[in-house]
Write a protein that binds this ligand. Structure first.
Ligand code: DX5
Ligand code: ZN
Length: 226
């Protein structure tokens, strides 16, 4: 069902989706940084949106997505670490996000509404859990979304250490969801931690520091693709 999302821009099909997080990129050269990852085969571009409330950091918003839409061909994967996502999802739809993920911890009773809003716009809907949030919190929504994002660090900053205990929740999500769901993992991902997550059932890797702070960006992306 999601086969085309695993295809790099040269048409090659891969086992996993790689979504490098631009939070670790050189913002003064953002377009060329993203193109490097695309040329290496990365299918998506992960955009970490932080509001200084839901997480203790402020990053970027919909205007950046809007600029990237015409500048790169990677699918724009917006990870909303913000309070009240329902209010801001329309901005990200309008800006051109292909995938929009919100946190279950950021909504009280509007998760279903957020999902419908994203899906009715023809975009992919993702729902995310922080390391201390149990899978049961998102269970009612697993069959309604296109993607579950399991965080393996506390959201807020790049370059943190991978939390293996949090990654174990991937197994439960995969068991509930079956084969079709995209399970994304985010936080401390490198070639070794990605392998652990893949064994648990993840098929989409976000990587910030491992890709963008790597001496060889191309090699780093390739190491996560298959
Ligand atoms: C953390 C963000 C991540 C982060 C990943 O809150 O959601 O996407 O940029 O960075 P690394 O891969 O360096 O842990
Ligand atoms: Zn992220």
């Amino acid at each position: 069902m999601y086969d085309n999302l695993f295809c790099s821009k040269n048409g090659e099909m891969h086992r996993y989706i790689v979504s490098p997080s631009i939070l670790s990129a050189d913002f003064s050269n953002l377009k060329s940084e993203i193109l490097k990852t695309e040329d290496a085969g990365a299918q998506w571009c992960h955009i970490d949106v932080m509001d200084g409330h839901f997480v203790p950091n402020i990053t970027i918003g919909a205007p950046v997505v809007r600029c990237l839409k015409n500048a790169v061909s990677a699918k724009l994967d917006s990870h909303l670490m913000i309070e009240n996502p329902l209010k801001y999802i329309p901005d990200f739809i309008e800006a051109g996000s292909d995938i929009i993920t919100f946190h279950i911890e950021a909504v009280k009773d509007t998760a279903a509404e957020c999902i419908s809003l994203i899906k009715n716009a023809g975009r992919l809907a993702g729902i995310s859990i922080k390391p201390n949030t149990p899978v049961s919190a998102i269970e009612p929504y697993i069959k309604k979304v296109d993607m579950v994002l399991v965080m393996t660090v506390e959201p807020g900053f790049s370059g943190q250490k991978f939390m293996k205990d949090a990654a174990e929740k991937i197994k439960t999500v995969r068991k509930i969801a079956g084969d079709d769901l995209i399970i994304q993992v985010d936080g401390g991902i490198n070639d070794e931690t990605a392998k652990i997550c893949a064994q648990y059932g993840a098929n989409c890797f976000v990587a910030g520091n491992y890709v963008y702070k790597n001496e060889d960006i191309k090699k780093a992306v390739i190491s996560l693709l298959d």
